[in-house]
Design a protein around this ligand. Structure first.
Ligand code: 13P
Ligand code: SF4
Length: 328
């Protein structure tokens, strides 16, 4: 019998999670792409930057990270003294998978005059090989602080990198990774949906390919999209990102209508992140009960990765001057 099937039938999981949260002095951090039931019992729900900030600041003894592995690793890098648990250790990310550290190291070494700006969706090893980490909500602000003549490698998301190149006119070398979830939106189906809802704006995440971003009225991080939904004038929004974020929109704005952008078969279910979906209430309960699976990290690796993450946190709050930047 595995641990999940051994959970007593009829156990009130929500009450048990609450009890364990208090007993362990734990904080539950959840990403907007988590299942609604997990979002609803999280102490804080946010985008990658907000979750990193919370992880760095919390005074809890345990962080139960309901997101994917690179997010829980980030929490451990920033809060090494805490126990960090991830309900399912297989919750990876296609962007992280696209960027093996040895290949990334060779790429860097082939371009010694470039600095490496890396999207937070990468392994701790790649973070340690990078100069500055960015999230989708901080990338523009951080890039604006880098001198125009500084050569840059951007990885692992070629769509976010391409979007930044076009928007800010920066010539960056791009690593060829993609998010399988945002890659699956269909331009043809989105065009059809727009015709069915004339006047409804489209909000897209910059992990989407350019043919989807070009159809969007707003492009931004998950928090940015949520904010756009709050302030838009109309009552209907087409949402081109992982559809679980719609749960927060419907909670905050029950009078508005949110429609998930479709995938190639016209059914937006193919845009559910399979990694995020691995976390369940049962696994969260077990993680809090057993304090496993736990993120462990070599201290040398942690300190290496922390440098580029610290730089992100400083630059995202605007506390680093241009003179602080340069080659490794
Ligand atoms: P943000 O929440 O930072 O926009 O990131 C989206 C994402 O894909 C996380 O994996
Ligand atoms: Fe990775 Fe995409 Fe899933 Fe985010 S939505 S965790 S980028 S695969």
């Amino acid at each position: 019998m595995n641990a999940i099937t051994a959970i007593p039938q009829g156990l009130d999981l929500r009450a048990e999670i609450d009890r364990l949260r208090k007993e362990r002095n734990a904080v539950i951090l959840g990403h907007y792409y988590q299942k609604p039931e997990i979002q609803d019992l999280s102490d804080f729900v946010g985008d990658s930057l907000e979750l990193s900030r919370r992880a760095a600041e919390t005074d809890a003894d345990v962080i139960a990270f309901c997101g994917v592995r690179f997010m829980a690793e980030t929490a451990k890098i920033l809060s090494p003294e805490k126990i960090v648990v991830l309900p399912d250790m297989d919750a990876g990310c296609s962007l992280e998978d696209s960027c093996p550290p040895a290949q990334f190291k060779a790429f860097r070494e082939a371009h010694p005059d470039h600095i490496a700006l890396s999207y937070i969706n990468c392994s701790a090893e790649v973070k340690a090989l990078s100069d500055i980490i960015v999230t989708s909500s901080s990338a523009e602000k951080i890039l604006a602080q880098i001198p125009k003549d500084q050569k840059i490698i951007f990885g692992p998301d070629k769509h976010l990198g391409g979007y930044l190149k076009r928007k800010l006119g920066r010539d960056m070398l791009l690593w060829p990774g993609v998010c399988i979830v945002h890659e699956a939106f269909s331009e043809t189906e989105l065009e059809k949906l727009k015709l069915q809802h004339p006047g409804a704006p489209v909000a897209a995440h910059p992990e989407c390919p350019s043919h989807i971003v070009d159809l969007a009225d707003y492009v931004g991080s998950t928090s940015g999209i949520l904010d756009y939904a709050r302030h838009m004038e109309g009552g209907t929004l087409i949402v081109a990102t992982e559809p679980h974020i719609i749960h927060q929109m419907q909670k905050a704005m029950p009078h508005k209508n949110f429609i998930g952008a479709p995938g190639a078969d016209g059914n937006c279910n193919c845009n559910i992140c399979p990694y995020m979906a691995l976390n369940t209430l049962e696994k969260l309960y077990l993680a809090l009960r057993d304090l496993q699976p736990r993120i462990e990290m070599d201290e040398g690796l942690r300190l290496g990765a922390k440098k580029s993450l610290d730089r992100m946190l400083e630059m995202a709050s605007g506390t680093v001057g241009q003179g602080d930047l340069g080659n490794r």
